[in-house]
Design a protein around this ligand. Structure first.
Ligand SMILES: Nc1ncnc2c1ncn2[C@@H]1O[C@H](COP(=O)(O)OP(=O)(O)OP(=O)(O)O)[C@@H](O)[C@H]1O
Ligand SMILES: [Mg+2]
Length: 319
């Protein structure tokens, strides 16, 4: 006769399956719960292995992905306003919206319902990238529009070889004609985001100076390392931007921890929380056109100057 089968749902304690379970958990009361964010962030600090990026290749645009899997941290706002500032400084700038929400279009005054060729088409057919660009209200700033169709790209690409390198191919055509290509991403790590990282020289990470600011950043660093190892050996972190900053004790503490964690990679100043920044997209213009003297306008202007120095140490040389 064979052995009697154990019922996995049986409450008998001699069931070998139960050996893996913890029977006598005793909760140890913590006398001083670590309510100070220092502990969390110090732990994260040890976990991070941050690859630094390399300088821009001569004669080619610097390609930078703005990313953070956390939603609503100011990725799109940063893309729009940094791109605008640098275009106003004379750089030739292309924004590629890799987010299905497609918010770059409205922020730059473009009606995305009227656009025919979008980022989705560019990823599926990279050679089309030249025809996908739209002029914006800002001279020297072009946009490839993202829209809801990006959601289906994952499925369309699933059977394709080299599906992570579609944007590399698409941007290779455009790269000699721009100084900067800024890619906005969705708050998730999809094949589209991986395409963006694979095509990039650097990553810009907006982080809100709030509690749990670093949540997900360890994961992002892991993704960057993976992309670096398998798809793009020269990918690195360009900078961390502190966003939606208020002069509260908590925000100030978090800003301090971010500086400790990321060191020189943290750019100054933090972007202050400012209603003018939230208003601008509804006007279809960047902050530099809507309220350049507002706190938001001033902060993005100073921050963009820092990025200009970082990306173009020899200055912007236009034809
Ligand atoms: N410094 C700021 N002060 C006030 N409001 C801001 C600031 N930065 C961004 N916002 C507003 O916060 C909201 C989220 O910003 P944004 O869309 O740039 O974030 P996101 O990271 O791109 O979001 P998602 O992850 O959904 O793509 C928007 O309504 C934006 O106008
Ligand atoms: Mg966004």
């Amino acid at each position: 006769m064979g052995e009697e089968l154990n019922d996995p749902f049986s409450s008998e304690t001699d069931n070998p399956i139960d050996d893996h379970l913890i029977h006598d958990v005793s909760f140890v009361e913590v006398e001083h719960p670590p309510n100070d964010i220092t502990d969390t962030d110090a732990k994260s600090r040890r976990l991070f292995d941050i690859p630094h990026s390399l300088p821009t290749k001569q004669g080619l645009a610097r390609i930078v992905t703005v990313t953070n899997q956390k939603g609503g941290v100011g990725k799109t706002t940063s893309v729009i306003n940094i791109a605008t500032h640098l275009a106003m400084r004379g750089a030739r700038v292309l924004v590629v919206d890799c987010d299905a929400q497609g918010n770059c279009a409205s922020g730059l005054g473009i009606d995305k319902s009227k656009t025919k060729i979008t980022t989705k088409d560019v990823i599926l057919t990279p050679s089309i990238s030249i025809q996908a660009r739209h002029a914006t209200a800002v001279e020297g700033l072009h946009l490839i529009v993202g829209d809801h169709n990006l959601v289906g790209v994952e499925e369309s690409l699933s059977a394709q070889l080299g599906r992570e390198r579609r944007l590399v191919e698409a941007l290779a055509i455009l790269r000699p004609h721009y100084d900067l290509i800024l890619i906005d991403t969705a708050p998730s790590m999809s094949i589209v985001s991986v395409n963006a990282l694979t095509a990039s020289d650097g990553v810009l990470i907006p982080v809100q100076t709030e509690y749990l600011a670093l949540e997900g950043v360890a994961l992002l660093m892991g993704t960057i390392q993976e992309v670096r190892r398998i798809l793009n050996h020269s990918l690195g972190v360009d900078a961390v931007i502190m966003t939606m900053h208020s002069p509260t004790l908590l925000n100030t503490q978090v800003a301090g921890h971010l500086r400790e964690t990321f060191g020189d990679l943290v750019l100054e100043p933090p972007i202050r929380r400012n209603i003018r920044l939230a208003e601008s997209p509804s006007q279809g213009v960047p902050i530099q056109f809507h309220a350049p003297q507002s706190h938001g306008g001033q902060d993005y202007s100073l921050l963009s100057s820092e990025l200009e120095a970082l990306w173009f140490p020899g200055g912007l040389k236009n034809e």
